[in-house]
Design a protein around this ligand. Structure first.
Ligand SMILES: C[C@@H](N)C(=O)N[C@H](C)C(=O)O
Ligand SMILES: [Zn+2]
Length: 206
């Protein structure tokens, strides 16, 4: 059941229907290992200018037979609260090997890999990568989405030439269309001049 969104928010499907959506926090394939509270559908919601900027990125990638895959966008505060509760249970390390093998669980917030007040809740931040439009396989970025560690830092140098080229493509096309990156996560971008810079929303994703 779709809801009426707060003013200024849109379903990305209505603006850029070809963007591939794989909301990891709606699935169990994420660093918690469970569906996250507040995600009730694989539905992408962002602010209107963010959707319009994403459409421009998508259109430019489509010309190269490439496509955006979005892993997370608007994130309700209750989902962030779920992350905070999960982080307090230091015995639950189910997903450590895949998502944070080199970082202590108790340091994930301190080290900036997860935020207790996240830009995602303001509706203009996205986690995404580029996929091949034919095979639907993600380009090799040198580390997977939500791999918390130095291999995901933008400045990380221990990468193949192809991985560097793929990261550069993602960084440059996102910057070109108005997004700024986050130095510790190659997949995380926030729209410059976002419309709700001080509001952390809490409606569910459905
Ligand atoms: C958890 C990860 N996908 C992410 O978005 N991290 C940043 C720091 C955030 O939580 O805002
Ligand atoms: Zn993010």
């Amino acid at each position: 059941q779709k809801q009426i969104l707060p003013n200024g928010f849109v379903y990305v499907k209505t603006v850029a229907p070809n963007i591939d959506v794989e909301l990891r926090y709606y699935s169990t394939h994420n660093f918690v290992g469970d569906t996250i509270i507040g995600y009730k559908a694989n539905t992408l919601i962002v602010t209107k200018p963010t959707a319009e900027a994403l459409k421009k990125v998508q259109d430019e990638l489509a010309d190269q037979n490439l496509c955006l895959r979005v892993y997370d966008a608007y994130r309700p505060q209750r989902a962030v609260n779920h992350f905070i509760t999960w982080a307090k249970d230091l015995d639950d390390k189910r997903m450590k090997d895949e998502f944070y093998p080199e970082v202590e669980k108790r340091h994930l917030f301190r080290d900036g890999y997860i935020a207790s007040r996240s830009g995602h809740s303001r509706g203009s931040t996205v986690d995404l990568t580029i996929i091949d439009a034919n095979t639907m396989e993600p380009l090799d970025m040198g580390s997977p989405f939500d791999f918390f560690g130095e291999a995901s830092w933008i400045a990380h140098q221990d990468l193949t030439e192809l991985q560097k080229k793929n990261r550069q493509l993602l960084q440059s096309i996102m910057q070109k269309h108005g997004f700024r990156n986050y130095p510790k996560e190659w997949w995380h971008f926030t729209l410059r001049g976002e419309p709700f810079p001080n509001t952390f929303f809490d409606f569910v994703v459905q």
